[in-house]
Design a protein around this ligand. Structure first.
Ligand SMILES: NC(=O)C1=CN([C@@H]2O[C@H](COP(=O)(O)OP(=O)(O)OC[C@H]3O[C@@H](n4cnc5c(N)ncnc54)[C@H](OP(=O)(O)O)[C@@H]3O)[C@@H](O)[C@H]2O)C=CC1
Ligand SMILES: O=C(CO)COP(=O)(O)O
Length: 320
């Protein structure tokens, strides 16, 4: 099975570098100028500087050429996934599509696997998610991720194809759990960044992570996910990484909110749209998601940090 990575951002480039250690990889960029620059420099200076592209990577801006591969990894922002698939749906017919994005679609409340199933019903959909910074993968550091696919045979084949020298994949058929863990941890990372940025300390962050995890489980279980998926790499694992490292863009957005500073709007921060999508989904499902709701208030500037903190601390006392 041949492989192509669609989306030459930080994550797509890092995955291509790691996969190129065992097979030829096509890396697709929507921007011909960017593709040409990467081919000449053998580096993605715009999105992942400092990590050379191995010779086994062919960079192209020709989507028809890239979609000749059997397995297509989609490493694009969640809110762009549907448009890319819908615009070129004939090219994706019958392929194995592996989403590498983390989030919930704002307009529908769906996760990446659900969006792929809806837009290209003839394709077979999977999801690659879990704790991993692009820089770590590109540097060849050891990483473990979750590969989710509802078809167990395909899941095993993909696990073999996409496991590399530094990327160890664990498989699950629980796509709902993997989708929600990866999406919701970004919302909690914004909250944790805000707490640290506002100087509330590590104890407050630990409380938020734990109660955030309870919220993640509440929604995931209501959507039919398995608790063990949430306890795995795609849930607890990624929550731990993203809520504690300044390499995370979601965490850094939270830090800037806590410090009362601005944040570059061009940076990909999946948790912002996902917080709004999940807040609205929780309302529809009658689920209590107070941290997610508070993050939306902070993003919309309808709450100050002081109000948000007071509001969370004043909630009725309850059993853990
Ligand atoms: N960075 C990381 O460490 C990790 C990221 N992820 C996930 O990977 C996904 C992508 O993130 P990341 O690579 O970091 O983001 P980046 O901001 O680095 O890159 C996003 C990429 O998507 C491309 N893109 C945006 N819109 C479109 C579109 N309409 N059509 C085609 N391509 C498009 C951009 O193209 P252009 O360059 O032309 O703007 C860019 O190459 C996110 O869901 C993120 O959560 C998961 C794990 C780790
Ligand atoms: O998902 C990630 C790590 O697993 C990357 O986090 P950010 O998108 O917050 O940078």
């Amino acid at each position: 099975m041949s492989v192509a990575v669609l989306g030459s951002g930080a994550f797509g480039t890092a995955l291509a570098i790691s996969l190129a250690g065992k097979q030829p990889v096509t890396l697709w960029s929507r921007n011909p100028v960017h593709a040409q620059a990467m081919t000449e420099a053998r580096e993605n200076t715009a999105r992942l500087p400092g990590y050379p592209l191995p010779e086994a990577i062919l960079v192209t801006s020709d989507l028809e050429q890239a979609t000749q591969a059997d397995t297509l990894l989609l490493a694009v922002p969640m809110q762009k996934l549907r448009a890319i698939l819908a615009e070129h749906s004939a090219l994706f017919d019958g392929h194995v599509l592996v989403a590498c994005c983390k989030g919930i679609e704002l307009t529908t409340g769906l996760g990446p696997v659900q969006v792929m199933n809806e837009t290209v019903p003839s394709a077979k959909a999977a999801l690659l998610t879990g704790p991993s910074f692009a820089q770590d993968i590109a540097a060849g550091l050891p990483t473990a991720l979750t590969l989710a696919c509802s078809d167990p045979n395909l899941c095993t084949k993909l696990q073999e194809q996409l496991t590399t020298a530094n990327l160890r994949l664990y498989r699950t058929t629980d796509t709902a759990g993997a989708e929600l863990g990866g999406a919701l941890k970004n919302v909690m990372a914004i909250a944790c960044g805000a707490v640290i940025g506002a100087g509330m300390g590590d104890s407050a962050r630990a409380a938020l992570m734990t109660r955030g995890y309870a919220e993640m489980q509440r929604m995931a279980l209501a959507c039919g996910a398995k608790p063990e998926t949430l306890a795995g790499l795609s849930g607890f694992g990624d929550l731990t990484l993203t809520c504690s490292s300044e390499l995370s863009r979601n965490y850094r957005l939270g830090l800037s909110i806590g410090r009362g500073e601005g944040f570059d709007p061009s940076v990909t921060v999946e948790g912002a749209a996902t917080a709004r999508a999940v807040d609205s989904k929780a309302r529809d499902m009658n689920l209590d998601m107070p941290i997610t709701h508070t993050v939306v208030g902070l993003l919309d500037h309808s709450l100050t940090i002081a109000q948000a903190t007071a509001q969370l601390l004043a909630r009725p006392l309850k059993e853990e």
